[in-house]
Write a protein that binds this ligand. Structure first.
Ligand SMILES: C[S@@+](CC[C@H](N)C(=O)[O-])C[C@H]1O[C@@H](n2cnc3c(N)ncnc32)[C@H](O)[C@@H]1O
Length: 236
Protein backbone atom coordinates (compact mmCIF):
# COMPACT_ATOMS: atom_id res chain seq x y z
CA UNK A 1 0.00 0.00 0.00
CA UNK A 2 1.29 3.47 -0.86
CA UNK A 3 1.59 5.31 2.48
CA UNK A 4 1.00 8.62 0.69
CA UNK A 5 -2.49 7.38 -0.10
CA UNK A 6 -3.36 6.13 3.38
CA UNK A 7 -6.60 7.83 4.31
CA UNK A 8 -6.83 9.33 7.77
CA UNK A 9 -9.57 11.43 9.21
CA UNK A 10 -8.65 14.72 10.80
CA UNK A 11 -10.58 17.59 12.36
CA UNK A 12 -10.27 20.91 10.52
CA UNK A 13 -12.36 23.65 12.09
CA UNK A 14 -15.79 22.13 12.56
CA UNK A 15 -15.58 19.81 9.53
CA UNK A 16 -14.27 16.27 9.35
CA UNK A 17 -11.94 15.91 6.35
CA UNK A 18 -10.24 12.93 4.83
CA UNK A 19 -6.64 13.67 3.86
CA UNK A 20 -3.63 11.87 2.46
CA UNK A 21 -0.78 11.53 4.95
CA UNK A 22 2.13 11.95 4.77
CA UNK A 23 3.07 13.81 1.64
CA UNK A 24 3.28 17.59 1.55
CA UNK A 25 7.02 17.79 1.95
CA UNK A 26 7.48 14.82 -0.41
CA UNK A 27 5.31 16.58 -3.00
CA UNK A 28 7.36 19.81 -2.83
CA UNK A 29 10.71 17.98 -2.68
CA UNK A 30 10.30 16.92 -6.30
CA UNK A 31 10.32 20.56 -7.41
CA UNK A 32 13.11 21.92 -5.19
CA UNK A 33 15.60 22.62 -8.00
CA UNK A 34 13.14 24.57 -10.15
CA UNK A 35 10.90 25.89 -7.35
CA UNK A 36 11.90 29.58 -7.49
CA UNK A 37 11.65 29.82 -11.26
CA UNK A 38 8.38 27.86 -11.36
CA UNK A 39 6.89 29.92 -8.53
CA UNK A 40 7.58 33.16 -10.38
CA UNK A 41 5.88 31.71 -13.47
CA UNK A 42 2.84 30.32 -11.60
CA UNK A 43 1.92 33.23 -9.31
CA UNK A 44 3.92 36.03 -10.93
CA UNK A 45 6.92 37.98 -9.72
CA UNK A 46 4.79 40.99 -8.68
CA UNK A 47 3.05 39.26 -5.76
CA UNK A 48 6.30 37.62 -4.62
CA UNK A 49 8.04 41.01 -4.65
CA UNK A 50 5.13 42.57 -2.74
CA UNK A 51 5.34 39.88 -0.05
CA UNK A 52 9.12 40.32 0.19
CA UNK A 53 8.67 44.10 0.52
CA UNK A 54 6.22 43.61 3.41
CA UNK A 55 8.59 41.20 5.16
CA UNK A 56 11.51 43.58 4.70
CA UNK A 57 9.44 46.46 6.09
CA UNK A 58 8.88 44.76 9.48
CA UNK A 59 10.67 46.75 12.19
CA UNK A 60 12.87 43.93 13.46
CA UNK A 61 12.93 40.14 13.40
CA UNK A 62 15.30 39.59 16.35
CA UNK A 63 15.93 35.87 16.97
CA UNK A 64 13.70 34.45 14.25
CA UNK A 65 12.68 31.03 13.01
CA UNK A 66 11.07 30.26 9.68
CA UNK A 67 9.02 27.09 9.29
CA UNK A 68 8.68 25.63 5.78
CA UNK A 69 11.40 27.90 4.35
CA UNK A 70 11.55 25.94 1.08
CA UNK A 71 14.44 27.30 -0.98
CA UNK A 72 14.82 30.31 1.34
CA UNK A 73 13.09 32.66 -1.11
CA UNK A 74 11.57 34.84 1.63
CA UNK A 75 14.28 34.18 4.22
CA UNK A 76 16.41 36.59 2.21
CA UNK A 77 13.94 39.42 2.89
CA UNK A 78 13.99 38.76 6.63
CA UNK A 79 17.72 38.22 7.25
CA UNK A 80 18.86 41.88 6.98
CA UNK A 81 16.69 42.89 9.97
CA UNK A 82 17.23 39.78 12.09
CA UNK A 83 19.83 39.01 14.71
CA UNK A 84 19.66 35.43 13.50
CA UNK A 85 17.27 33.38 11.35
CA UNK A 86 16.86 29.64 11.75
CA UNK A 87 15.48 28.62 8.35
CA UNK A 88 13.79 25.21 8.65
CA UNK A 89 11.92 22.81 6.41
CA UNK A 90 10.99 19.13 6.40
CA UNK A 91 12.29 18.48 2.88
CA UNK A 92 15.98 17.59 2.52
CA UNK A 93 15.85 18.59 -1.15
CA UNK A 94 14.49 22.06 -0.30
CA UNK A 95 17.08 22.45 2.47
CA UNK A 96 19.92 21.65 0.05
CA UNK A 97 18.79 24.47 -2.24
CA UNK A 98 18.20 26.82 0.72
CA UNK A 99 21.74 26.24 2.04
CA UNK A 100 23.14 27.33 -1.31
CA UNK A 101 20.80 30.33 -1.76
CA UNK A 102 21.34 31.56 1.79
CA UNK A 103 25.14 31.26 1.80
CA UNK A 104 25.54 35.06 1.43
CA UNK A 105 23.70 35.58 4.75
CA UNK A 106 26.04 34.80 7.69
CA UNK A 107 23.22 35.25 10.25
CA UNK A 108 21.10 32.44 8.73
CA UNK A 109 21.33 28.78 9.76
CA UNK A 110 19.50 26.12 7.75
CA UNK A 111 18.18 23.11 9.62
CA UNK A 112 15.61 20.34 9.25
CA UNK A 113 12.50 20.71 11.43
CA UNK A 114 8.85 19.74 11.43
CA UNK A 115 6.61 22.75 11.99
CA UNK A 116 4.19 20.65 14.04
CA UNK A 117 6.80 19.18 16.41
CA UNK A 118 10.04 21.15 16.12
CA UNK A 119 11.64 20.12 19.39
CA UNK A 120 12.90 23.67 20.10
CA UNK A 121 12.58 24.93 23.70
CA UNK A 122 9.57 26.94 24.88
CA UNK A 123 9.80 30.73 24.44
CA UNK A 124 13.03 30.45 22.43
CA UNK A 125 12.26 32.94 19.60
CA UNK A 126 11.21 36.56 19.09
CA UNK A 127 9.53 35.95 15.72
CA UNK A 128 8.14 33.05 13.69
CA UNK A 129 7.63 33.28 9.93
CA UNK A 130 5.41 30.83 8.06
CA UNK A 131 5.20 31.65 4.35
CA UNK A 132 2.99 29.59 2.06
CA UNK A 133 2.93 26.81 4.58
CA UNK A 134 -0.37 26.96 6.47
CA UNK A 135 -2.48 26.56 3.35
CA UNK A 136 -0.67 23.35 2.34
CA UNK A 137 -0.99 21.63 5.73
CA UNK A 138 -3.83 19.29 6.68
CA UNK A 139 -3.78 20.62 10.23
CA UNK A 140 -2.45 24.21 10.23
CA UNK A 141 -3.62 24.45 13.85
CA UNK A 142 -0.72 22.20 14.88
CA UNK A 143 1.84 24.48 13.23
CA UNK A 144 0.30 27.53 14.91
CA UNK A 145 0.28 25.80 18.31
CA UNK A 146 3.96 24.95 17.86
CA UNK A 147 4.72 28.54 16.79
CA UNK A 148 2.94 29.81 19.90
CA UNK A 149 4.90 27.45 22.16
CA UNK A 150 8.35 28.43 20.89
CA UNK A 151 7.66 32.21 20.89
CA UNK A 152 8.38 34.33 23.95
CA UNK A 153 5.42 36.26 25.39
CA UNK A 154 4.87 39.25 23.12
CA UNK A 155 6.68 37.44 20.28
CA UNK A 156 5.48 37.97 16.72
CA UNK A 157 3.99 35.49 14.26
CA UNK A 158 4.01 36.55 10.61
CA UNK A 159 1.93 34.27 8.40
CA UNK A 160 1.86 34.76 4.64
CA UNK A 161 -0.29 32.63 2.38
CA UNK A 162 -1.03 32.78 -1.31
CA UNK A 163 -4.77 32.50 -1.80
CA UNK A 164 -7.28 32.54 -4.63
CA UNK A 165 -9.65 34.45 -2.32
CA UNK A 166 -10.75 37.70 -3.97
CA UNK A 167 -9.38 36.81 -7.41
CA UNK A 168 -11.44 37.11 -10.58
CA UNK A 169 -12.56 33.72 -11.90
CA UNK A 170 -10.63 34.13 -15.18
CA UNK A 171 -7.39 34.98 -13.30
CA UNK A 172 -7.98 32.03 -10.97
CA UNK A 173 -8.41 29.66 -13.93
CA UNK A 174 -5.23 30.94 -15.61
CA UNK A 175 -3.29 30.57 -12.38
CA UNK A 176 -4.68 27.04 -11.93
CA UNK A 177 -3.54 26.05 -15.42
CA UNK A 178 -0.04 27.44 -14.84
CA UNK A 179 0.08 25.54 -11.54
CA UNK A 180 -0.96 22.25 -13.17
CA UNK A 181 1.58 22.74 -15.97
CA UNK A 182 4.43 23.14 -13.46
CA UNK A 183 3.49 21.05 -10.47
CA UNK A 184 0.56 18.80 -11.43
CA UNK A 185 -2.26 18.12 -9.00
CA UNK A 186 -1.60 19.54 -5.53
CA UNK A 187 -1.93 17.38 -2.39
CA UNK A 188 -5.63 17.31 -1.59
CA UNK A 189 -5.19 18.39 2.01
CA UNK A 190 -4.44 22.08 1.34
CA UNK A 191 -6.75 25.08 1.42
CA UNK A 192 -6.19 27.32 -1.60
CA UNK A 193 -8.91 29.93 -1.02
CA UNK A 194 -8.25 31.03 2.54
CA UNK A 195 -10.04 34.25 3.46
CA UNK A 196 -8.60 36.89 5.84
CA UNK A 197 -11.12 35.85 8.52
CA UNK A 198 -10.10 32.18 8.18
CA UNK A 199 -6.45 33.00 8.80
CA UNK A 200 -7.18 35.45 11.62
CA UNK A 201 -9.50 32.89 13.26
CA UNK A 202 -6.85 30.18 13.13
CA UNK A 203 -4.29 32.50 14.72
CA UNK A 204 -6.68 33.72 17.44
CA UNK A 205 -7.63 30.18 18.40
CA UNK A 206 -3.90 29.38 18.75
CA UNK A 207 -3.51 32.25 21.24
CA UNK A 208 -2.42 35.20 19.10
CA UNK A 209 -3.71 38.76 19.13
CA UNK A 210 -4.11 39.50 15.44
CA UNK A 211 -2.74 42.98 14.76
CA UNK A 212 -3.19 43.00 11.00
CA UNK A 213 -4.42 40.71 8.28
CA UNK A 214 -4.16 42.22 4.81
CA UNK A 215 -5.09 40.93 1.39
CA UNK A 216 -2.18 41.71 -0.95
CA UNK A 217 -3.15 41.93 -4.61
CA UNK A 218 -0.65 41.98 -7.48
CA UNK A 219 -1.86 39.71 -10.26
CA UNK A 220 -2.17 36.90 -7.71
CA UNK A 221 -3.39 37.36 -4.15
CA UNK A 222 -1.83 36.65 -0.77
CA UNK A 223 -2.76 37.10 2.87
CA UNK A 224 -0.29 38.85 5.17
CA UNK A 225 -0.98 38.49 8.88
CA UNK A 226 0.89 39.69 11.94
CA UNK A 227 -0.09 38.32 15.36
CA UNK A 228 1.34 38.79 18.82
CA UNK A 229 1.62 35.92 21.29
CA UNK A 230 -0.74 36.56 24.20
CA UNK A 231 0.73 35.84 27.62
CA UNK A 232 -2.20 33.53 28.34
CA UNK A 233 -4.37 31.37 26.07
CA UNK A 234 -7.68 33.16 25.46
CA UNK A 235 -10.59 31.48 27.25
CA UNK A 236 -12.58 30.87 24.02
C1 LIG B 1 4.62 25.89 -0.83
S1 LIG B 1 6.21 25.54 -0.18
C2 LIG B 1 6.65 27.16 0.48
C3 LIG B 1 8.13 27.39 0.57
C4 LIG B 1 8.56 28.80 1.00
N1 LIG B 1 8.08 29.16 2.31
C5 LIG B 1 8.08 29.82 0.00
O1 LIG B 1 7.09 30.51 0.27
O2 LIG B 1 8.71 29.93 -1.06
C6 LIG B 1 5.80 24.64 1.30
C7 LIG B 1 7.03 24.15 2.05
O3 LIG B 1 6.61 23.59 3.30
C8 LIG B 1 7.39 22.44 3.58
N2 LIG B 1 6.67 21.61 4.56
C9 LIG B 1 5.59 20.83 4.36
N3 LIG B 1 5.19 20.24 5.49
C10 LIG B 1 6.05 20.68 6.46
C11 LIG B 1 6.18 20.45 7.86
N4 LIG B 1 5.33 19.64 8.52
N5 LIG B 1 7.17 21.07 8.53
C12 LIG B 1 8.05 21.88 7.88
N6 LIG B 1 7.98 22.14 6.56
C13 LIG B 1 7.01 21.55 5.85
C14 LIG B 1 7.60 21.82 2.21
O4 LIG B 1 8.71 20.95 2.21
C15 LIG B 1 7.81 23.04 1.34
O5 LIG B 1 9.17 23.40 1.26
Amino acid sequence: MDPARTAVVTRHGSRERTVREPGVERYWSRFALSYNQDGEYVVGRAILNLIADHLAAEASWGEAIEFGCGTGYFTQAVAPKATHVLATDLSDEMLTVARKELRPFPNVTVQKADCTASGFPDARFDCVLVANLLHVLAEPERCLAESHRILRDGGILVAVDLTSFGMKTCDMVRLGLRYLRCWGLPPRQGQDAMAPDDLAGLARRAGFNVETVDLLEAGSNALYMRGVKCAKQPST
